[in-house]
Design a protein around this ligand. Structure first.
Ligand SMILES: Cc1cc2nc3c(=O)[nH]c(=O)nc-3n(C[C@H](O)[C@H](O)[C@H](O)COP(=O)(O)OP(=O)(O)OC[C@H]3O[C@@H](n4cnc5c(N)ncnc54)[C@H](O)[C@@H]3O)c2cc1C
Ligand code: FES
Ligand code: FES
Length: 1330
């Protein structure tokens, strides 16, 4: 049988049968949708199931249960061959701008839940699937639906708010609900808006309008009963339908892989280059899908999915008494944190067992509970295999024979005196692999231990059982004397060498006993509740035991409404939705890789260095060149012009490394082929021979080797040395701030289209900086810049990562297109992007600070180091901004700060939202916290006494005018009710030993302007057509921040016309030349002024017509103007006046003005695991008079959550030799939906004006990011309380990000003491701090 009958929905409410005669077993559904069916709404964000951008809904008829099942899946992992007889619904199928949006799409767009839009189709499909299964879910159920989706822009709040309107709890009266009325009335009286969305406009959800499941898939069972074979070029796929058939196949092909969810195999094939010539899908074998309840427990067929298991165990919990289902409860709790729905909906239990991953979440539970497998082979028949300490034999090896398959697994019931718990700790709670996990079981009779089993993941190359510990305690009493003995035994039983793979050795070892301690207390509490036990768990200790709970999210957004007299058609200040949002929610918005294929188009894949520092001895591309479809291998020899470039300094780095590589991921060459898969496969076969050189990786390495770039800027004010002498106190300290991967959802993508004439070329690129790409390409090709047109419609996120580093990919692509005279395309895979394009700069600082008894800081001397990587790129400007921001929001009269830019062998680090500012401010805040510790007072008090006031001068001499820091501070304290809640936190901490809370308020002051003076300019081009419609072009890139929307609002006010008459198509170097990168938060300020300037010029020309025709409509005026031969097109230009700082003289103002804000965050940490939760955040932000409060609040929330990732979660892991381990969402975690503050309130400061930017607005892209440090410092306070309980008063260091490891290890106690850190230099660490 050689066909697929998958059914796709390309147009509204119509399924279309797809008959694919040549289904390739290695083809994923995503590739098929995008490349074969040209349905590009579904996006590729990672290709490994970790981001959800590719989510689609699959529907199938379950003939046994007689129902249609709808479930979300990651199409990037779903094999096309697995879809025979199923219906696939993509984002295009549920609605479109032309035919009408589905309510899910409409509500998301109108609720401002789509910024760059790249994650949006996946989020729409997760919600759509939820509603197909439950048209009115609870809020809690709705919030869980997005565990498998990531968004890097929005901060998630608006998405949840929009979708909350579908839930049971949502009152259909929306903002008119009686609960909101009281608030609303008082607020609207003084012009304060509290709702960015008009929910009354929303289309009702009408499930009868959903597409009808294709009847032929329901009536006929042939799709399930057919045995299938798909023969591809490299792989054959079998889908047997009987057990005998399966056993026969496995006997004939013992090496064959079984595939159910493909969530392991798919990742192995894509990223580990594994090839499995025979794949067998045991998805349709009845015995492997059975679920049977027996006397011993419940037996699940091997192919039963994790979602189905969860469903069944939930029913079992309701059916059986609590004491029988303790294993089920633990499995369900573990499944709650196992991947996201998209994975759980397809992944099967056997896949998890047989993969035998040392960090499998289920295997520790199976081992500890004594689960039993039934396995079978044709040769040896069926046998039972207990999952115990003998089951896992080695890394990814089990006791099963190669010819055997798993038939089913028995999850045992528990007895009344049997207790069972599971534990997991990861970087992120949702959708993350475990750092350490465990299953724990004990049978107790007469308070005496009869049976005891523990199993751990993450402690060895397999899931392990500490058997010595298990047997040593049999017969012991379950009392407090047990704890120290078990801890000691576990420490012996579960050793890890200091440099063990995975690193975090002391933390992992501590977790093993922390989990046991939790288990001990939980069992003790259960015993206590049943018997009249003498030993009671003190209430102070009980906080160690509850499982994680999160209340449904809540939020508020407060902003100033437009003045009552503002004309209705004047759009400025109104919360207009992002003008592309409707296209983004329907998948119609076009990104680079969505552009239809050009004729004869080729694909490029890069070949990069695998070494951090080495001479290139030889490059052998012969194997790659002999592979099917491969056209060419290009390298530095193929560059017609210059092979060097530099973002600021010429010749900073090579386009193709010629003789030496300076980091892992450096581009050495590129393979050109007919298709993506051919190019990517061939690129992996290019062999580079290296002569390795010693790399410099970390800042400390660079300091030791004195490896710095030449520029060393410094700022000095006052007399620091004298001030130290006069200070009441002087302390010294150091601070480390980690880097951060941009993780824009759309990776770098380029399409170069050469023209047949005059060396012209069009370059479509996802870049924040078209001009830079234009210039480097022109130099590399040796043609003038006027032949290269770079065009940018929109980006799927940028955050600074696409400011300069896109050149690394665009230039080779242009060289390939030039050489072959054909269009060439490339979109980096996520791992390529992460390993090649650089990150936020890691920083390290050594400081000395002087202060008075009252906490006034009098002097600061700080040496600041950043890890620039292998080239300078923008590092000197990044360092400058750190130097300018190392005062944060505090007046310090005497400052000396010096910057050192470390040259290392990692990819060149680059711009990232904040651009060194957050790192500079972080250094100040760490310093200030040290002062508070020294004075034994609250850091909030120290902040308060040092805050800048109106008219103060910064350390670089700029006078603060219209300084709103104090106002933001006061309002934030009041709105957050800080003083009362601080007391509550103190009470909580005095009552709980193992959970602690912290609450902290942090201000920010962010300077607006490029610190490179010449970049503070912008241009615009405005055309008015004869029908009165306006085409607006400017130099700013739309990357989700709503720039085009704001610019249209500016043009609307300037021209006095509604936004519906104005359109922006794209940015092109042929329309506005010499643009600065869209960066430094200046997009609206600079381009807005240029747009205003152009509009004012046009209005001046039109003025006589308006004057003579006061009643004429806009269209009539334009028509008359045309007839009068008035030019209806003009350019606008703007340069920021009166700025420019000279480091040589220390004179001049670097910034146009400052954006200020203050945040208060409250957190709760789990002292035993290092886990935390943000309970509430309140932000007060001064954005002047907002151009668009919905967009500005979206920027604040998005920046806050991105900053939260930087401060708390996102840790780059790199080996001492420069190999990056964190190459995808699987092992690099950005915040997810579940990480947002449970309560998240944002207020825009009222009555603030700013005469230095367009229509009195302020820049907002970067400034709020640092407010997330309020979480970091709240966590630090919580840790301090835990330390104090353990007798460790005084200061302690906490580097950022404050990962669970760092939080746990900072909470020093009797458990951490068992694992002292090995002495530096005595071992090679697994990864290093950059
Ligand atoms: C984004 C993402 C998140 C993840 N999160 C987690 C997580 O939180 N926790 C966790 O533990 N894992 C996680 N995983 C790993 C993976 O999802 C699980 O291991 C899953 O259970 C594998 O099931 P599958 O059906 O997809 O396996 P497949 O990839 O289809 O197969 C995996 C292996 O199992 C073998 N196999 C399958 N069925 C049988 C059988 N009947 N008999 C013998 N061998 C068989 C196959 O030959 C193959 O070697 C994650 C994976 C991804 C991609
Ligand atoms: S692209 Fe499929 S999950 Fe990221
Ligand atoms: S809108 Fe979600 S990633 Fe940009």
């Amino acid at each position: 049988m050689q066909y697929i009958f998958a059914v796709i929905v390309p147009t509204l409410r119509q399924f279309r049968a797809i008959v694919e005669k040549n289904a390739e077993p290695e083809t994923t559904l995503l590739q098929y949708l995008r490349q074969k069916l040209c349905l590009t709404g579904t996006k590729l964000g990672c290709g490994e199931g970790g981001c959800g951008a590719c989510t689609v809904m699959i529907s199938k008829y379950d003939h046994n249960r007689k129902k249609i099942c709808h479930f979300s899946v990651n199409s990037c992992l779903a094999p096309l061959c697995s879809l025979h007889g199923m219906a696939v619904t993509t984002v295009e199928g549920i609605g479109s701008v032309k035919n009408g949006l589905h309510p899910v799409q409409e509500r998301l767009a109108k609720s401002h839940g789509s910024q760059c839009g790249f994650c949006t189709p996946g989020i729409v499909m997760s919600m759509y699937t939820l509603l197909r299964n439950d048209p009115q879910p609870t809020i809690q159920h709705m919030e869980k639906a997005f565990e498998g989706n990531l968004c890097r822009c929005t901060g998630y709040r608006p998405i949840l708010d929009g979708f909350r309107t579908f839930t049971k709890e949502f009152c259909q009266l929306g903002e008119n609900c009686c609960k909101n009325m009281k608030n609303k009335k008082t607020q609207s009286e003084d012009g304060v808006g509290t709702s960015l969305v008009n929910t009354r406009e929303f289309l009702p959800l009408d499930p009868t309008q959903d597409p009808i499941f294709p009847p032929e898939l329901q009536t006929s069972s042939k799709f399930d009963s057919q045995s299938l074979v798909y023969k591809g070029e490299r792989v054959t796929w079998y889908r047997p339908t009987s057990l005998n058939e399966l056993l026969d196949l496995k006997s004939s092909y013992p090496d064959a892989r079984l595939v159910v969810g493909n969530t392991e195999i798919g990742v192995e094939m894509k990223f580990k280059n594994m090839k499995y010539p025979v794949m067998i899908a045991p998805t349709h074998i009845p015995q492997l899908n059975d679920i049977t309840h027996t006397d011993l427990g419940i037996r699940f067929g091997a192919s039963v999915t994790l979602s189905r298991i969860d469903e069944e165990l939930k029913l079992a919990q309701e059916k059986y008494p609590e004491n029988k289902t303790r294993v089920f409860t633990a499995i369900r709790e573990m499944l709650r944190w196992f991947a996201g729905y998209q994975i759980r909906n397809v992944a099967a239990v056997a896949g998890n067992i047989i993969t035998a991953s040392p960090i499998s979440d289920l295997n520790p539970l199976f081992l500890a509970s004594g689960a039993v497998l039934e396995v079978e082979s044709k040769e040896d028949g069926r046998r039972q295999l207990k999952m115990d300490d003998k089951f896992f034999l080695g890394y990814r090896k089990t006791a099963m024979k190669q010819s055997e398959v798993v038939i089913n697994i028995l999850f045992p019931f528990t007895k009344e005196n049997e207790y069972f718990y599971g534990y997991k700790q990861a970087y992120r709670r949702e959708d993350d692999i475990a750092t350490v996990n465990a299953g724990m079981r004990v049978v107790i009779d007469d308070n005496c231990i009869k049976q005891f089993s523990l199993a751990y993941g993450g402690m060895a190359i397999t899931t392990v059982m500490p058997v010595k510990t298990m047997s040593a305690v049999i017969g012991r009493k379950w009392d407090d004397s047990l704890v120290p003995d078990v801890c000691r035994l576990l420490a012996e039983d579960l050793p890890l060498q200091p440099g063990a793979p995975g690193g975090m050795v002391e933390y992992r070892r501590t977790l093993t006993i922390s989990f046991f301690f939790k288990f001990y207390l939980s069992v003790q509490m259960q015993l206590q509740s049943m018997q009249n036990s003498k030993t009671k768990v003190p209430s102070y200790f009980q906080s160690a035991t509850p499982t994680f709970h999160r209340d449904p999210s809540k939020s508020s957004q407060v902003y100033q409404e437009v003045a009552p007299g503002q004309l209705a058609e004047d759009p400025v200040g109104r919360p207009i939705a992002h003008l592309s949002a409707m296209k983004q929610v329907s998948g119609e918005a076009v990104y680079i890789d969505d552009i239809p294929k050009f004729k004869d188009e080729l694909y490029m894949a890069i070949v990069t260095s695998s070494k951090a520092h080495a001479n290139i001895k030889d490059v052998d591309a012969s194997e790659a060149l002999s592979m099917p479809g491969v056209i060419d291998y290009i390298s530095h020899n193929d560059v017609p012009g210059h092979n060097t470039w530099g973002a600021i300094f010429p010749e900073d780095e090579e386009i193709f490394a010629s003789n030496q590589v300076l980091c892992q991921g450096q581009v050495v060459g590129a393979v050109i082929a007919h298709t993506q898969i051919q190019a990517q496969r061939a690129a992996k076969c290019v062999k580079i021979t290296y002569e390795e050189l010693e790399p410099i990786i970390t800042i400390k390495d660079a300091m030791k080797a004195e490896s710095y770039f030449d520029i060393k800027h410094a700022i000095e004010c006052g007399d620091v040395d004298v001030a130290f002498k006069q200070s009441d106190h002087v302390i010294e300290g150091e601070c480390h701030v980690g880097g951060q991967e941009h993780f824009y959802l759309e990776t770098v993508a380029v399409l170069c289209v050469p023209k047949s004439e005059d060396d012209e070329m069009e370059v479509f690129i996802s870049s924040q900086n078209p001009t830079e790409n234009q210039l480097v390409i022109s130099e590399a090709l040796g043609v003038p810049a006027n032949r290269i047109t770079v065009r940018v419609k929109r980006l799927g996120g940028g955050f600074g990562g696409k400011e300069t580093r896109t050149v690394l990919i665009a230039t080779p692509c242009a060289i390939a297109a030039y050489k072959h005279g054909k269009p060439v395309r490339i979109m980096l895979d996520r791992n390529e992007d992460m390993v090649t394009t650089g990150t936020r700069h890691p920083f390290y600082a050594k400081y000395k600070v002087g202060f008075t008894d009252t906490g006034k800081i009098t002097a600061l001397d700080v040496d600041i180091y950043c890890n620039a990587g292998m080239s300078m790129d923008l590092s000197c400007a990044v360092m400058d901004r750190a130097l300018f921001h190392c005062d944060n929001a505090y007046k310090i009269p005497n400052v000396r700060c010096k910057g050192y830019i470390c040259k290392t062998n990692i990819p060149s680090n680059t711009a990232f939202r904040g651009f060194g500012g957050p790192q500079g401010m972080m250094i100040m805040e760490q310093c200030l916290t040290d002062v508070a510790f020294a004075l034994e007072t609250s850091p909030v008090k120290i902040r308060e006494v040092n805050l800048y006031q109106e008219g103060d001068r910064t350390h670089y001499g700029q006078i603060l005018k219209v300084c709103q820091i104090q106002r933001c501070w006061d309002e934030c304290l009041q709105q957050s009710d800080y003083n009362r809640r601080k007391k509550d936190v103190d009470i909580f901490n005095s009552e709980n030993r193992w959970k602690k809370r912290g609450i902290c308020v942090v201000p920010t002051k962010f300077g607006i302007s490029y610190t490179a003076l010449h970049l503070n300019q912008a241009g615009a081009l405005v055309h008015i057509y004869k029908d009165g419609s306006v085409l607006l072009t400017h130099g700013g890139i739309e990357m989700g921040q709503g720039l085009h929307t704001k610019m249209i609002q500016v043009a609307g006010r300037a021209l006095g016309i509604p936004t519906s008459k104005i359109h922006t198509s794209e940015v092109g170097t042929n329309t506005v030349p010499n643009t600065s990168a869209t960066a430094a938060s200046c997009g609206s300020d600079l381009n807005g002024m240029a747009v205003k300037n152009a509009c004012e010029k046009l209005l001046e020309r039109l003025e006589p017509i308006f004057r003579d025709n006061p009643k004429a409509t806009w269209e009539e005026v334009i028509s008359k103007a045309y007839m009068n031969r008035i030019g209806l097109s003009t350019t606008g230009f703007y340069m920021t006046p009166d700025i420019g700082y000279d480091f040589n003289t220390g004179k001049g103002d670097p910034f146009n003005y400052f954006t200020n804000g203050v945040a208060c965050s409250e957190v709760e940490i789990d002292c035993l695991t290092g886990d935390h939760q943000v309970l509430r955040t309140d932000i007060v932000m001064d954005v002047g008079i907002s151009l668009n409060p919905a967009i500005d609040i979206g920027q604040i929330e998005g920046a806050f959550m991105q900053g939260y990732g930087m401060m708390m979660m996102e840790q780059q892991k790199i080996s001492p030799k420069g190999f990056l381990f964190t190459q995808g969402p699987g092992n690099y975690k950005i915040p997810g939906f579940g990480d947002i503050p449970v309560e998240f309130n944002v207020t825009l400061l009222k009555g603030s004006v700013n005469e230095r930017a367009v229509y009195s607005s302020k820049a907002i892209g970067e400034p709020p990011l640092f407010l997330s440090s309020s979480v970091f410092f709240a966590v630090k306070e919580a840790i301090a309380s835990a330390r104090s309980d353990a007798g460790h008063d005084g200061n302690f260091s906490l580097p950022s990000p404050a990962t669970p490891e760092r939080v746990r290890m900072a909470c020093e106690d009797q458990f951490t003491e068992l694992f002292p850190k090995a002495k530096e230099g005595t071992y090679t660490p697994w990864f290093v701090d950059l």
